[in-house]
Ligand binder design. Sequence first.
Ligand code: GLY
Length: 330
Amino acid sequence: MKRRNFIKNSAAGTAGIISAPLLASCEDKKNTAKESAATTSVKPIVIATWDVENATAKAWEVLNKGGSALDAVEQGVMMEEADVNNQSVGKGGRPDRDGNVTLDACIMDKDSNCGAVVYLQNITHAVSVARKVMEDTPHVMLAGKGAEQFAYEKGFQKENLLTEKSKQEWLEWAKTSKYEPIINIENHDTIGMLTIDSNGDMAGACTTSGMAYKIGGRIGDSPIIGAGLFVDNEVGGATATGVGEEVVRTVGSFLIVELMRQGKSPQEACEEGVRRILAKNKNKPDFQIGFIAMNKKGETGAYCIHPGFSYRVFSELGHTNTPSNSHIKA
Ligand code: GLY
């Protein structure tokens, strides 16, 4: 599989974004933030893991028409879920070791509402099912057959997600008859996306078919709120790509948002998130983890364990793709 570029924007897109007011009490702060958002011209911005130009362009289109941050992240990552050439997300995703394509996704809005699906089969748009879980049920997460049944009830169509290409590659892998899921850099392209809309509100989404040739039932970080994705509309958001087990162990995205709450920049917070993982993995072989983050001012950051990553930003200035900083070993 072709290595993707994981893209970073420098300071682009920050102009016109409101700053958090400094106030004495939490209540005052909340009220003033709302007033500021209503009266200030905030510039929308989209940030996504990997070189997902179609996804960021779609999200931007939604924001540019005055759409919400939530609609933008959903419609943005749907582009990747529908792209059969992306073999790590949605339709065309690589299967588990038994040949089943199983999807994990989550979504989070400005009010800290969230929804997730795990081990979802036969439905391309896992992120949209996650949104239905968030909006139409009192729950946060649905799994497996229950999630699939719920999706049909909501009008989603059954589809075969295993493309001929992914099937042939899996059959080739299966010839080894050894359990070795692929965890290297070439096989983890989870899509995480964060947006700010023209009201200054934030949302995030994360979607994946998970680790290629995993044990049936394995779930990574992507559908787990706090691990693969976290958004706090008063602070910022973060999302992850890479080996989910490592992100779950450190509750990576929540950690990064909390570090931003304490005053770190998105870049500093992503670097600390990666450092925490490296510190617990001194003797492990090479693996891939990447975080992206954005604060309420529209400042962005990204950091990863491997070199050659980048993340993509779409702001009023258009697309920006700059390789992110990276760190190879602790
Ligand atoms: N980050 C995706 C996964 O580990 O499944």
